[in-house]
Write a protein that binds this ligand. Structure first.
Ligand SMILES: O=c1[nH]c(=O)c2[nH]c(=O)[nH]c2[nH]1
Length: 308
């Protein structure tokens, strides 16, 4: 059989899921940062694929070591700051590497409350959402940085102020119109900062994350919802309205259906207005996804970013 003529397409490599925990000691009080850092590098790497020459390959093992060395030498202030430092290092200091993508998940820990107050060095893993960040840096387009912040696993529920009616009904439609339903979802969101490392001061990443999260939650709680799509859009609009440093935000939001249990067979009425009992369904679920952009902004967040 003839060997087909082939060429190499897009490629990247690096060490995925470096679990780095940094303790900072402030006298007897300790602080913890717990990250999962994935490095992906690209550049002049054709030869390693074509001939196996490793002359341009910075080993993935080295990229792993770099993550830990940077955590010790520079500390971890925020996921964004840490990712920017790593991305710049790999591209600026290793000739064949022209672009780097650093993906970070951050797990939160709470100080344990003891009888003597908040424990100085004892923590309980917080079951809340995971903070995410993705930093890409490419030396070929003038050294542009792209910083995406985000979160996933933020489960929220409104026990009223949600309706769903007026939809298309065809011969397969069985869904009943609902004027008082539970609206619940697990928010995954990714937002893009306009800052591109152009010499202007970087945003305060922590303040930006906290402020964005607050706006997301407020918009969810305060929107009287006629659909999850409408709630999603309102969440995006409120974030972009309140956070000047952001250009676009993309959401992936499963509709975590709560069906009113049918208790009619037992002669029991189960109306929302009286405080109903619901069956929390797990699968299948509606999946609502959309990007909300500042007018005139380019849509640059990858479409699958929120499902990683
Ligand atoms: O908020 C909703 N949006 C939909 O598109 C939809 N479709 C559906 O069956 N239930 C819902 N709920």
């Amino acid at each position: 059989m003839a060997v087909p003529i082939t060429i190499l397409g897009q490629n990247q490599y690096g060490k995925a899921e470096n679990r780095v925990v940094k303790i900072t000691r402030d006298g007897g009080t300790h602080h913890i940062k717990d990250l999962n850092v994935s490095v992906a590098l690209s550049g002049d790497l054709d030869e390693v694929h074509y001939s196996g020459s490793n002359a341009h390959v910075l080993p993935t093992d080295t990229t792993k070591n770099t993550v830990f060395a940077f955590a010790k030498e520079h500390g971890i202030e925020t996921a964004e700051q840490f990712g920017i430092a790593l991305a710049r290092h790999f591209v600026d200091d290793t000739e064949p590497i022209t672009s780097a993508r650093i993906r970070i998940e951050e797990y939160a820990w709470d100080r344990i409350d003891t009888s003597a107050g908040p424990a100085p060095h004892s923590f309980a893993r917080n079951g809340r959402e995971t903070r995410t960040a993705q930093i890409t840096y490419d030396s070929r387009d003038g050294g542009r940085l792209q910083v995406l912040g985000g979160l996933k696993g933020l489960t929220v529920l409104n026990s009223t102020d949600s309706e769903f009616w007026g939809y298309i009904k065809d011969k397969y439609t069985t869904l009943k119109e609902d004027y008082d339903r539970i609206l619940a979802t697990e928010v995954s969101a990714v937002w893009r900062h306009s800052w591109s490392g152009d010499g202007t001061p970087a945003p305060d990443w922590q303040e930006s994350y906290d402020g964005t999260r607050t706006l997301l939650l407020r918009a969810f709680a305060e929107t009287y919802s006629l659909s999850l799509q409408q709630t999603l859009y309102e969440m995006g609009a409120q974030v972009l309205g309140g956070r000047d440093e952001l250009e676009e935000i993309r959401f992936s939001m499963p509709n975590k259906h709560h069906f009113r249990a049918d208790l009619e067979a037992f002669g029991i009425k189960n109306e929302a207005a009286d405080g109903a009992v619901y069956l929390a369904a797990d699968r299948p679920y509606g999946l609502i996804e959309a990007t909300v952009l500042r007018d005139g902004a380019e849509a640059l967040i990858p479409l699958d970013m929120t499902n990683l």
